[in-house]
Design a protein around this ligand. Structure first.
Ligand code: ZN
Length: 286
């Protein structure tokens, strides 16, 4: 308790000591109250004993308030694989479109699903939205290649154009694989190879390595069945071939593997992939 006699002494202490905002509620004071008690949560507790000590000549300095995460500039295009309306519109998604290296490919595909029927497009959509939110909170401008999970397409060349036309600093396509071998598991990161332009060279390879390292450090296993050490050079993926920006395609794992299917289908699992992918993108943007 604070007596009326001792109150002036405490006011003097407040003017000397840092962190006085933690004093007992209701104590009259001329000092402004902190906007949030959490900003001074590690300050020493208020002195409420009957024998308050005299002000120390060297008051303990309260630690500085926790700094918010630094803002990161950049433009990122997230490409959630496939779309919810693809399966019901085969004519539209089977239409051949330019796919780079003089080839054509189907506009888009339906994607795969877990054995329980959870579709890849729903997984890639859920993860992409969470990656977007994490990046946006850090100041990154994020574009998605499709606005909903109920549409058709867009075609792979249209998806690549989103990254090119926005001069994206990084383009990340998000997928999950459908190997018929149930024991096959682990993620891999695909990049265009041999590169068709400068951005498909070292910038894309650095993005691929950063993504691989980020997922691995988050605890996700490297693919046991595709690529090498979690990296997969590819010449047949239209979205990567057509990209003029640093671009990778993340296959998060195998939807036919029971363990990974459970993760892909759960909110917690989706969150863990999104957190790791977003962190890797932020690490790449520096
Ligand atoms: Zn896919």
């Amino acid at each position: 308790m604070v007596s009326g006699v001792r109150r002036p002494l405490l006011v003097v202490m407040c003017l000397v000591l840092a962190g006085c905002g933690t004093q007992a509620a209701g104590t009259p004071t001329a000092e402004p109250r902190p906007a949030s008690p959490t900003t001074t949560s590690s300050a020493p507790p208020p002195t409420t004993t009957s024998s308050p000590a005299p002000p120390s000549p060297k008051p303990t300095k309260a630690p500085p308030p926790r700094k918010p995460a630094a803002s990161v500039s950049g433009v990122v295009v997230l490409d959630p694989g496939h779309n919810g309306g693809n399966a019901a519109n085969p004519a539209a998604i089977n239409k051949p479109v330019p796919a780079g290296r003089g080839q054509t490919k189907a506009c888009n595909t339906t994607g795969t699903a877990t054995n329980a029927g959870f579709p890849e497009h729903a997984f890639t959509w859920a993860v992409s939205l969470q990656v977007r939110d994490i990046l946006t909170a850090r100041g990154v401008k994020v574009l998605l290649t499709r606005p909903t999970d109920t549409g058709v397409g867009p075609c792979v060349n249209q998806r690549a154009a989103v990254g090119n036309q926005s001069a994206a600093d990084a383009v990340v396509s998000i997928h999950a694989d459908g190997s018929t071998s149930p024991s096959a598991h682990g993620f891999h990161v695909a990049y265009s190879s041999p590169p068709l332009n400068a951005q498909q060279g070292e910038p894309s390879m650095r993005l691929a390595r950063t993504m691989r390292d980020g997922l691995r450090s988050a605890g996700f296993p490297l693919s046991t069945y595709i690529g090498s050490a979690g990296l997969s050079p590819r010449a047949d993926l239209g979205g990567l071939n057509l990209s003029e920006r640093p671009a990778v395609l993340v296959e998060c794992g195998n939807m036919r593997n029971a363990t990974e299917a459970a993760a892909f289908s759960s909110k917690a699992g989706q969150r863990s992939y999104a957190t790791a992918i977003a962190a890797a993108i932020l690490a790449y943007l520096g």
